[in-house]
Design a protein around this ligand. Structure first.
Ligand SMILES: Cc1cc2nc3c(=O)[nH]c(=O)nc-3n(C[C@H](O)[C@H](O)[C@H](O)COP(=O)(O)O)c2cc1C
Length: 329
């Protein structure tokens, strides 16, 4: 399957959330969904020489690396490092509104500098042979999205960008926290739909506020190429990922979260053997049984026990005994 096919459903890049352990879990729940890393800055990779930030497991594939930056040459170098590390797509962050990111002149503030974004994408494009994609907003601050989004996309299309994921709301760079910027500016799905009409040859993924596979399917049926889900997939991964393979890709069967938990045990063991901590993995598993009988006890056993010395796979197995199987409930 080509990456653009996998991109029919993707799990959004989320700092501190979609780390390698989270992606390993998500991959057990869906074999096809495209996964994204947290954002890694090109400066950390090139100037900070923090190449360990690219570490991941081959089992996570297909997985895309998201980069933050605005220096075309540095981004090109970082993209190459990402390709060499095995990532199947390199994505440029043009949507993140945090202060730190604004001060480094990248993220959502780049919506105001489409020519620079085009230079960045062109430089990345010529450095790698895997797809290069962009994740953006519909505008920032007092920009008029109806005007700036088509201009922005026209620039990006000209670079040979392989896909654009559009978070269907503005970012307000002054006055709102990054968290507020994910909820307060209103969503405009209709504008994103119209962009597909204007740029029929550009692969367009919609993002923002999507909470179910049914909603995702409706967007695909309406003509969009992909749907990206962030928070809903993190908080209730089973609801989004367990049926994704049959429902979105028409392959395989629905997966079972209990099974994924058992498959995590050897991974957890290996992590502990290397000196890692149980909580680094189990924190991503807390939402696995959301809405099911026993979910609260599952979360409690893991959150209270994971930090005790010697805690390991046995704690996870113990937590699992609290979860009542759906057909037995
Ligand atoms: C904790 C957290 C961290 C995020 N970090 C990033 C990031 O590193 N890069 C990025 O492009 N977007 C980031 N986002 C934004 C998400 O990728 C996504 O665009 C946003 O949450 C809207 O999608 P949703 O409503 O499905 O969650 C983050 C979101 C959250 C909740």
């Amino acid at each position: 399957m080509q990456i653009n096919q996998h991109a029919k459903l993707s799990i959004a890049p989320m700092m501190d959330w979609t780390d390698r352990h989270c992606r390993y879990l998500h991959r057990l729940l869906s074999g096809q969904t495209l996964l994204y890393t947290e954002m890694v800055t090109s400066a950390a990779l090139i100037r900070g020489q923090s190449v360990h930030l690219l570490d991941h497991s081959a089992a996570e594939h297909p997985v895309a690396l998201q980069l933050g930056g605005s220096d075309p040459a540095e981004l090109a170098q970082a993209a190459k490092l990402g390709e060499d590390a095995g990532y199947c797509e390199i994505n440029l962050n043009v949507g993140c509104p945090s202060d730190r990111v604004q001060s480094g002149c990248f993220g959502a503030v780049l919506m105001e500098r489409p020519a620079l974004v085009a230079d960045c994408v062109s430089a990345m494009r010529s450095a790698v042979s895997v797809p290069v994609t962009v994740k953006c907003r519909i505008g920032v601050d007092d920009q008029d999205p109806e005007e700036v989004l088509p201009e922005f996309l026209a620039r990006v299309v000209g670079t040979g960008c392989d896909r654009v994921s559009i978070h269907a709301r503005k970012a307000w760079l002054q006055g709102l926290s990054p968290k507020e910027n994910r909820d307060i500016p209103p969503l405009d799905y209709d504008l994103v739909m119209r962009m597909k009409g204007l740029f029929p040859n550009l692969e367009i993924t919609i993002n923002g506020g999507i909470t179910s596979l049914e909603q995702a399917r409706a967007f695909l049926e309406a003509g969009l190429d992909g749907v990206m889900i962030g928070r809903a997939a993190y908080h209730d991964p089973a609801a989004i990922l367990c049926r994704a393979d049959p429902l979105i890709y028409g392959v395989g069967e629905a997966t079972v979260p209990e099974q994924a938990v058992l498959q995590m045990l050897p991974y957890i063991d290996a992590h502990l053997m290397q000196g890692g901590k149980l909580g680094q993995i189990t924190r991503h598993m807390l939402g696995l049984f959301t809405g099911r009988p026993g979910a609260r006890a599952w979360r409690r056993v893991l959150s209270e026990g994971a930090h005790h010395p010697g805690a390991g796979p046995a704690l996870v197995e113990q937590a699992l005994t609290h979860v009542v199987r759906r057909d037995a409930a």
